[in-house]
Design a protein around this ligand. Structure first.
Ligand SMILES: *Cc1c(COP(=O)(O)O)cnc(C)c1O
Length: 486
């Protein structure tokens, strides 16, 4: 592609992007294709000769768009958001043009030094305190793996890295059942093993781990000759937004010299609003914390902010300096690859810099505050509806509910059908979880362009689809009696 046609196609792509986002609200939120439908339309063999861009671009609209779930749709209320914003799109375009591999300071000093600066900004924005240093990881999963490897090696005095885990005392990790599956995965990858992930029971309205039970579990393990290494606490669990009592958990971890990692992947972005920071009290006592600007801070995937109190412990765990990676005659520079699992690194700081500067901290706060206020307002409506039940109240912008009309039989099956029908309907997109053994529907608000009207439309869609389900009025089992119109 020559320069002139690159310019023309770059402009086409820009126009396409603006038009796509302007019209995305008209599309069904979740892709309406079946398995294999897209695959079958893509030729089995690549073209031997180059094809015209016009043809490639036409196929984008024809083949790809119908198979997309629209994450930037204003009525995307499923999972957690992966929101973005125009300044972030622009920065990603520029990043793509630079196409720099930012593994070492030397391979792009500006990328490294901007990363140091914007992670300091983020740290200060969430009120974490200057004794933390930040790095941008590809994912919260990657950050948590790095944290657990660090904790493992700290507990083993680096014998794991030197000798392997065979013959070492079993390393123990503690977390509630509300933590994300990335903790389970990191425990496996780190060679710690499922059997050494100790589940601590939760209590209270925020479903946080019981610090006394944590303390007892650590003491029991010490007495049994096992090696307590890390506590992973959650600030905004994925299922229903559970928050561990960080202050009390940190006190237990400190008492036993155990590493504390806080997974705030989703909720961390909301900590830029001081009024929500009650939830993170005690986080400053942690050894590390991760949150995802790529979830709720209007910045493209991938962008996970990982903060550590002792970068040396992290780089001693992960940093390797083979001769071909040495930066000659440069002391005092940061080589961020030593802070991460992969060697290669995208220039992720640029989009954060664009987003934070473009909105300003107050602009970002305004958007998050609206999401939280709307979630609270909608949760009230759900709770007030005679045929619906609010199962867990809003923690920030996430709550769960279920359809429980009088006389309905199997509520799990009914709600499973309801979620499927809502997503076939296309006006909104919701997903489910299990809470206390029950099938419940999650509702979270976090999209950049969502308005209160979008929230209302989604709630209207839920009520309409629910009413059309015609539940079997069996009058049996768990539905009976509980919602009798007295
Ligand atoms: C989304 C999520 C993760 C995983 O995030 P990735 O960046 O996709 O790895 C981890 N923890 C929590 C609490 C999450 O919500």
């Amino acid at each position: 592609m020559d320069e002139d046609s690159f310019r023309a196609w770059a402009h086409r792509a820009a126009d396409w992007s603006v038009d796509y986002l302007a019209g995305v609200a008209e599309r069904p939120v979740r892709a309406q294709v079946g398995p294999g439908e897209v695959f079958r339309q893509i030729p089995a063999a690549p073209p031997a000769a180059g094809e015209p861009m016009e043809a490639i671009f036409a196929d984008l609209d024809r083949l790809i768009l119908p198979g997309m779930t629209h994450w930037q749709h204003p009525r995307f209320f499923a999972y957690f958001p992966a929101n973005a914003s125009p300044p972030s799109v622009v920065a990603e375009f520029v990043t793509a043009a630079l196409a720099a591999q930012c593994m070492l300071w030397q391979t792009s000093p500006a990328a490294t030094e901007l990363e140091s600066r914007v992670t300091d900004w983020l740290r200060d924005m969430i009120g974490l305190g200057p004794d933390f240093a930040g790095v941008i990881q590809d994912s919260a999963s990657g950050a948590t793996l790095a944290a657990l490897l660090t904790a493992r090696e700290r507990a083993l005095a680096f014998a794991g890295n030197r000798e392997g885990l065979a013959g070492q005392r079993p390393v123990r990790v503690y977390a509630s059942a509300q933590v994300h599956s990335s903790i389970d995965k990191a425990v496996r990858i780190a060679g710690i093993g499922d059997a050494n992930l100790v589940r601590i029971p939760v209590t209270g309205p925020l479903f946080g781990m019981d610090p006394a039970a944590l303390d007892a579990a650590i003491r029991a393990d010490q007495a049994a000759g096992l090696l307590p290494a890390a506590v992973v606490a959650c600030l905004g669990g994925t299922s229903i937004g559970a928050c561990d009592p960080l202050e009390a958990v940190a006190a237990v971890a400190a008492r036993h010299g155990v590493y504390l990692h806080v997974d705030a992947a989703w909720a961390g972005s909301a900590m830029i609003c001081p009024e929500f920071r009650d939830l993170m009290r005690g986080a400053e006592q942690a050894d590390s914390l991760v949150f995802n600007p790529h979830k709720w801070l209007f910045t493209h995937f991938d962008c996970s902010a990982h903060f550590v109190k002792d970068p040396r412990a992290l780089t001693d765990t992960l940093g390797l300096r083979p001769p071909f990676l040495r930066t000659l005659e440069r002391e005092g520079v940061v080589d961020y690859n030593e802070w991460s699992i992969p060697l290669g690194r995208r220039f992720r700081a640029l989009k954060l810099w664009f987003v934070i500067r473009s909105y300003g901290v107050e602009g970002l706060r305004d958007m998050i505050r609206r999401h939280v206020a709307w979630a609270r307002a909608l949760a009230e409506r759900v709770a007030a509806h005679p045929d619906f039940e609010l199962v867990t109240g809003p923690i920030l912008s996430l709550f769960t509910f279920r359809y429980a009309p009088a006389g309905a039989g199997d509520l799990d099956a009914l709600n499973e059908r309801l979620v499927a029908r809502i997503n076939d309907d296309g006006r909104t997109y919701l997903t489910q979880t299990r809470h206390d053994g029950r099938f419940v529907i999650r509702f979270q608000i976090g999209q950049t362009t969502t308005t209160w009207r979008d929230v209302e439309i989604a709630w209207e869609a839920v009520q309409e689809v629910a009413a059309s389900l015609a539940p079997t009025r069996a009058g049996s089992e768990d539905g009976a009696g509980r919602r009798d119109p007295a």
